[in-house]
Design a protein. Structure first.
Length: 131
């Protein structure tokens, strides 16, 4: 059975060379498709509920509405949450200053990476899905 918030998928990519918690770069994509009727409202609620715990800033040009934020704990990661119709998307990007992953990389580069990732996903979506 489908959950009220929709059906979701998560994919994670990491620089090879070690366990997932200690690598120089990671990228994550979460996609949740909310069912109709009411899918657009549900996706908007998913966006607000998921991002309300962060100091998120509105982001223009990504989907129909989007916000960006940076998490500092347990490690620094930049994320973008976006809504396109009844789809909630979340992209995150993190990088370390060196391969030992002891210190975070450049914060602005992380934010730009998360935004670029989100934009590439939203631009790849079809205009509509045949029924």
């Amino acid at each position: 059975p489908q959950e009220a918030f929709g059906s979701g998928w998560q994919c994670r990519w990491a620089t090879p060379g070690g366990p997932g918690e200690r690598v120089p770069a990671t990228a994550t994509l979460v996609a949740v498709a909310a069912p109709d009727p009411g899918g657009v409202t549900t996706a908007a609620d998913n966006l607000r509920t998921t991002t309300s715990q962060y100091d998120a800033q509105e982001l223009e040009g990504v989907g129909e509405e989007a916000v960006a934020w940076v998490q500092e704990d347990p490690y620094t990661v930049a994320c973008v949450g976006a809504r396109v119709s009844n789809l909630y998307l979340e992209t995150c990007y993190s990088l370390a200053a060196s391969y030992d992953a002891q210190n975070p990389g450049d914060r602005e580069r992380m934010v730009a990476g998360a935004e670029e990732f989100a934009l590439s996903v939203t631009e790849a979506l079809p205009d509509s899905i045949p029924e």
